[in-house]
Design a protein around this ligand. Structure first.
Ligand SMILES: C[S@@+](CC[C@H](N)C(=O)[O-])C[C@H]1O[C@@H](n2cnc3c(N)ncnc32)[C@H](O)[C@@H]1O
Length: 455
């Protein structure tokens, strides 16, 4: 307990000796006293590791654990003391009720919604055991292990794997065991040290999480483990999607369509708007596995020459053609209907140079294009992105001065978008205004002009 104590590394520790450090509560600033750097922390972490400082790096990086986080589930964070202080000042720590009880109970491996089973070609996976409705919350996980990307970029492999081992080892035993039971992707781990095993598990199961607006370290993302969600396999046409809630340090997974009992619950690990070769290449290169999802498996049955294979290849080629058309239509429509206050933080793949700031209503888009986009999303079973197509259709109809069809698509956009984006999302807030009063919305008759003639 660091409540009143000071923890110092021993100067002769072979691993930590180059950055001897004392961590204590309540010191006024980071300073060098004698042979030790003194680091102030503002939270009662139950454990804090010795620190490493990369060559030329601004700050040391350490592992901090709070065993009491989220009702005793615990959390470990590998980052700088300053950023650990920042995270400890956020609501997830200061308002514990917000994170209490959101994780699946650890003594209950199955819930009424799903259970873990072996899935051929994919290792373990989660299978629905009851009907799950579109938009329903399937599960939520608070972060177990958060790793500041600076650990990978500034420290040596032996340094960051030492911190990862410290971070996992000091979590409450049941939680640490759940992390250690996750897939390390490769089957032969008998020659791995514990630190190597933890590193392989982290690499196989982590999610990238961007810094929030208030985070003082805007340029450094986190790599985060959510161990129950990590059991969900990838599918290029998933039936669930995830959203991170920063104030809870928690990932939430919701159904993007109705899921029947017996169906596997899946997420996409990559942008699904990619051609088959790009998707399988990405999964192989960055994730290290041959995608065995139904779409990627089309046309690669048994011999590779049978009639079923020919049908599969044709279906796969048709899917690629639809994807190409979706990318093209979406880009055109997004370019026209970008809001003035939207500053390209939406990862929509558009370059800033292409943005018109919403001020240049296009003569090249039409409601028919938006309708086609909706149909293509549906045919391609891209349920997780369908709200985007509805939003664009609502704007396009509003731009054309067709209030009732704009209201129809705005309502659909809200119905499909709120579970995925959250009610506070800027696009959702804007869409609500459009659904309530298209005549007063910024997009109203923007394409045709106020006199009703097409501009
Ligand atoms: C985050 S884990 C998912 C859970 C994992 N199957 C388990 O047993 O715990 C990611 C690993 O699952 C496997 N996997 C996930 N989706 C897959 C897919 N579509 N095809 C083949 N393997 C997949 C790969 O081994 C991948 O490295």
């Amino acid at each position: 307990d660091l409540g009143g104590t000071e923890i110092c590394t021993t100067g002769d520790d072979p691993i930590f000796q180059h950055y001897p450090v004392c961590i204590s509560r309540g010191k006024s600033k980071t300073s060098l006293e004698g042979d030790y750097h003194h680091i102030e922390i503002s939270h009662d972490w139950t454990h804090a590791s010795p620190c490493f400082k990369g060559y030329g790096a601004e700050a040391p990086i350490c592992a901090f654990t709070d065993e009491t986080f989220a009702g005793g589930r615990g959390i470990s964070i590998i980052t700088t003391p300053k950023r650990a202080n920042y995270l400890a000042s956020t609501q997830a720590f200061t308002a514990p009720d917000l994170v209490h009880g959101i994780n699946p109970a650890s003594d209950q491996p199955t819930t009424s919604k799903y259970e873990m089973r072996l899935v051929p070609g994919k290792g373990m996976g989660l299978i629905a055991t009851s009907r799950i409705r579109r938009g329903d919350l399937i599960m939520a996980n608070t972060a177990s292990l958060m790793i500041d990307y600076r650990a990978f970029n500034e420290l040596s492999v032996s340094q960051y794997t030492t911190l990862q081992e410290f971070a996992v080892t000091h979590l409450p035993p049941r939680h640490a065991a759940a992390l250690l039971a996750l897939s390390p992707h490769t089957t032969n781990t008998s020659h791995f040290t514990r630190a190597q095993l933890i590193d392989a598990i982290a690499a196989t199961n982590g999610f990238d999480i961007d810094p929030t607006d208030n985070d003082p370290d805007q340029h450094h993302s986190f790599f985060v483990l959510f161990p129950d969600i990590a059991r969900m396999n990838h599918d290029c046409r998933p039936n669930a999607d995830y959203r991170y809630e920063p104030h809870r340090l928690a990932q939430h997974v919701r159904a993007v369509r109705d899921i029947n009992p017996g169906e596997e619950i899946t997420l996409t690990y990559i942008d699904p708007l990619g051609l088959r070769a790009a998707r399988t290449g990405r999964l192989k290169n960055t994730w290290g596995f041959e995608c065995a999802c139904p779409l990627c498996s089309l046309g690669s049955a048994t011999t590779g020459n049978g009639p079923e294979d020919a049908v599969g290849k044709a279906r796969s080629a048709a899917s690629d053609q639809r994807i190409e058309r979706i990318i093209e239509l979406r880009q055109k429509l997004q370019r026209v209907w970008k809001r003035d206050d939207d500053h390209d933080d939406d990862d929509n793949g558009l370059e800033d140079d292409n943005d018109t700031g919403g001020s240049d209503p296009s003569k090249t888009t039409s409601p028919a294009m938006a309708e086609l986009l909706v149909t293509l999303y549906e045919t391609e079973r891209l349920w997780g992105g369908l709200h985007e197509a509805y939003i664009l259709a609502a704007l396009e109809y509003s731009g054309a001065g067709d209030a009732w069809t704009a209201i129809k698509y705005a309502s659909l956009g809200l119905e499909w978008g709120i579970p995925m984006l959250g009610a506070a999302d800027e696009d959702v807030v804007d869409l609500k205004k459009l659904a309530e009063n298209p005549w007063g919305h910024w997009s109203w008759k923007r394409t045709v002009g106020k006199e009703g003639k097409r501009k």
